[in-house]
Design a protein around this ligand. Structure first.
Ligand code: SF4
Ligand code: SF4
Length: 332
């Protein structure tokens, strides 16, 4: 993020007001801050948390994705005040993490991340997700096992989304291992659900819930444009910050909320890609992530197919005790 792209505290306040006003049909709004590194702009986050405090209790919640390198009393106090859910980037042990995540001066960051995690654990009640990016040469299963050794609540480890052939993108061999590892994670989820525990890895939850409710009609991959919105530092409202299409720009937080709401609904209704309309995974996939599919193409579909297959295995496993599946949404 360039310095002139920092969100001002005034815009931050307007974001909270606009979401409160525009998403009146949603009980609890979650504002997810990611970047760049969000903690380089504390005044905007402070302004958001303060404004959220003026709304109905519990109406606005916060999530932040951070690289864990900015640690101060102000950051910790803000995390606790906003009751943030924290998504902390930790790719793996030091040698794996530090190979890609360095400061501008080239120094490693794994030790800083561990210090951040310890401090968050000892001084806040925040829910913490450990998030690893899986790249060529680093397996999903190894990342998942490593994250499970840390004092975190939730494991999130996903393949880097890059075009095939670019540095760090999974090779064909990496992809095979990734798919095998998804099966292994599925078996682990079954074990946890059998033990009536909330699984640490929730990646299959959405698809298992789709199978459980046997919903009629097509459910899109995500609610981008409808109840998921992206807002840029200058206050432009988009269907999702990661989607580059021109029509994904819906309006501005200073507009009448109906402007971006109606544009978002229209965007959500756009036609599916031709390839998706004849895909046997469509019902469970919903047409793929509009930000990732244009970049990764068929490689993304390979991951989606396996995730759908594993979701089916989990669902079938509990066909005579479906109540156990509620563990996937945190109900045990
Ligand atoms: S798996 Fe791929 S082709 Fe099939 S619906 Fe999803 S994005 Fe479309
Ligand atoms: S378009 Fe993709 S990245 Fe954006 S909200 Fe939907 S799933 Fe997430």
């Amino acid at each position: 993020m360039k310095e002139d792209e920092f969100m001002s505290p005034e815009t931050a306040v307007r974001v909270i007001d606009a979401l409160d006003e525009g998403l009146s049909e949603i009980n609890r709004i979650r504002v997810h801050l990611y970047g760049g590194e969000p903690f380089i702009n504390l005044p905007a986050i402070e302004a958001m948390v303060k404004r959220a405090g003026d709304k109905k209790p519990g109406r606005i919640g916060f999530v932040v994705t951070t690289n864990g390198t900015i640690l101060s009393d102000a950051v910790i106090d803000l995390l606790e005040a906003g009751k943030f859910d924290i998504v902390l980037s930790i790719d793996g042990p030091a040698e794996v993490h530090d190979a890609c995540r360095k400061r501008v001066d080239g120094s490693p960051t794994h030790r800083d991340v561990m210090r951040f995690l310890e401090t968050v654990r000892s001084r806040t009640s925040c829910y913490v997700t450990g998030a690893a990016v899986i790249r060529s040469g680093w397996r999903l299963l190894y990342a998942s096992e490593y994250l499970r050794t840390l004092p975190i609540d939730n494991v999130k480890a996903q393949a880097v989304r890059l075009a095939a052939g670019t540095p760090y993108a999974l090779t064909e061999e990496d992809m095979k291992l990734y798919q095998q590892d998804l099966e292994a994670i599925g078996r682990q989820v079954i074990k946890e659900l059998e033990a009536e525990k909330v699984p640490m890895d929730r990646r299959f939850a959405g698809r298992v819930m789709k199978l459980l409710i046997k919903g009629e009609g097509l459910m899109r991959y995500c609610d981008a444009g409808k109840s998921n919105l992206g807002i840029t530092p200058s206050g432009v409202v988009k269907a999702c910050l990661l989607v580059d299409e021109e029509d994904a720009v819906l309006g501005h937080v200073n507009d009448d909320v109906e402007v971006w709401k109606q544009a978002g609904l229209k965007w959500q209704e756009r036609p599916l890609r031709k390839k998706c309309t004849s895909c046997s995974y469509l019902q469970l996939c919903g047409g793929g992530c509009p930000a990732v599919v244009p970049v990764c193409g068929d490689e993304e579909c390979k991951i989606v197919h396996k995730e759908c297959d594993v979701a089916n295995v989990i669902y079938e496993h509990f066909s005579d005790k479906q109540e156990n599946l509620l563990g996937l949404v945190g109900i045990v």
